[in-house]
Design a protein around this ligand. Structure first.
Ligand code: FAD
Length: 427
């Protein structure tokens, strides 16, 4: 079958890889000059099954209310005169109901766990190097209230089969000595040994290069403007006839295939809404700062989550990546100096002169967030149109598993993971 994948972030690229493995003729289209240039460029680097927790929950709502009006708040909802944002906000409130939270966690844990194993298998098969570390993920708390909340969250995760165990302050320092010198209080934390970390950009570009060697065609610098519906649809299911694009040389073109997969991250709804395909994905802007490490002994090697500041800290070879914050404020990727300064201040508090603060590379990306944090994967009402989008905070964690699952579904096979794929009855 001839298949066109729209988007070459981590999701589009893994999908292309697995469909090519299944023997399909695959073409990938992206407006950027290469793979992983947008949200899959400089994220937090965590493969974190342990963080398969939705933002929408009673505890999450409470925190958001406390942070209202704070410019440097870890999670900020700026109300805009935009119906899509309001709809998203209302759905977010609904997803905070306890029974929905439980269902969402179950789905997220299942896909993340499957995806981590799929990544490990792919790594073994291809030998791709991406500054990966298999040293687990350690979350630390700075006050007693956060620690109590973490104890509840860890117990909940254990109920879902995630081995997230609590650690004392002393155990934390023994496991990650770089934290012992911090100027900030640490009262305890939790650790998930099976989790991993690595550079999503290095991984995705390496996978795209291998896919190209195996025959996947990449059309970069190509702007997708529209999905075209088949003109004559007097009977049967609706179908997609082609993708209208502006090619690299500025010419208009229509690319055609037997099936189409939308993996456009935060931009997915912009092409789907005109067709009436539901896709409640809204951009949640996040920041990262990447530093050169100047004192390797003082920089952490275990990937960390700083619970109070809602940031993650990941060692990527001789670089330290610090990432976090979420701002619901449309599609702007402008860097807010207050947020950059907050990341820098916290890095300094935690690791002092372990990194070169004068040369920080700041970046922002738009997480494709669904109200439930559960991605949209599977078929649509168009017989040849599939979605693989809405991976929010966990696109790197869920990337390989989502690509493999979509490839299986497109083949008409059962996916290897229990998950509420599109077109399935929700339980
Ligand atoms: C600050 C931050 C930290 C994060 N940390 C982590 C983490 O530690 N672990 C984790 O698992 N996840 C993390 N994430 C989330 C993760 O990065 C995303 O979920 C993931 O990158 C989304 O991948 P994607 O392929 O869906 O989207 P993208 O990577 O954005 O890919 C979509 C592609 O579509 C292309 N495109 C869009 N519109 C068009 C168009 N009209 N025409 C042509 N091309 C188009 C874009 O160029 C892009 O390449 C983080 C995100 C942020 C912002």
């Amino acid at each position: 079958m001839k298949i066109i994948i729209l988007g070459s972030g981590i999701i589009g690229t893994t999908t292309a890889w697995y469909l090519n493995q299944d023997g399909h003729e695959v073409t990938v289209i992206d407006r950027q000059p290469g793979a992983a240039q947008e949200t899959s460029f400089a994220n937090g680097g965590q493969i974190s099954v342990s963080y398969s927790e939705p933002w929408a929950s009673p505890a999450g709502l409470k925190k958001m209310l406390q942070w209202l009006g704070r410019e440097d708040a870890p999670l900020l909802f700026r109300l805009r005169p935009e119906w899509r944002q309001w709809l998203w906000g209302l759905a977010f409130l609904r997803e905070s109901l306890p029974h929905r939270v439980r269902r969402n966690i179950r789905a997220m844990v299942a896909l993340s766990t499957y995806s981590r194993a799929t990544l490990q298998a792919l790594r073994a098969e291809t030998g791709i190097e991406y500054d990966q570390l298999q040293r687990g993920i350690l979350t630390f708390q700075s006050n007693a209230a956060d620690l109590r909340q973490a104890q509840r969250a860890a117990a909940l995760m254990r109920d879902y089969g995630v081995d997230r165990r609590m650690l004392s302050r002393e155990e934390i320092f023994a496991l990650e000595p770089a934290l012992a010198h911090t100027r900030s209080p640490i009262v305890g934390g939790d650790y998930t040994a099976d989790d991993e970390s690595g550079d999503v950009y290095k991984f995705t570009t390496a996978l795209a290069a291998r896919a190209a060697q195996r025959g996947v065609q990449f059309h970069f610098n190509t702007q997708i403007t529209r999905l075209l519906e088949t003109a004559n649809r007097s009977w049967g299911r609706r179908t997609i006839a082609g993708v209208e694009v502006i090619a690299a040389d500025g010419s208009y073109d229509t690319l055609r295939a037997d099936a189409y997969v939308v993996a456009l991250g935060s931009y997915s709804p912009l092409l789907l809404h005109p067709l009436g395909v539901p896709c409640l994905v809204y951009p949640a802007k996040g920041y990262s700062a990447t530093y050169a490490i100047v004192d390797a002994e003082k920089a952490p090697t275990i990937s960390l989550t700083d619970s109070a500041h809602k940031i993650v800290i990941t060692r990527l070879g001789n670089r330290l990546r610090v990432a976090g914050t979420a701002e619901f404020n449309g599609y702007s990727r402008a860097l807010n100096p207050v947020r950059c300064a907050a990341l820098n201040r916290r890095t300094e508090e935690l690791f002092g002169d372990a990194v070169d603060h004068s040369q920080a590379h700041y970046w922002s990306g738009l997480r494709p967030a669904t109200p439930s944090n559960v991605p949209l994967i599977g078929p649509t009402r168009f017989s040849n149109l599939y979605l693989n989008t809405g991976h929010g905070t966990l696109g790197w964690t869920m990337g390989c598993g989502s690509g493999k699952a979509l490839a299986d579904l497109l083949q008409g096979k059962e996916a290897e993971v229990e998950f509420p794929f599109l077109g399935r009855k929700k339980n």
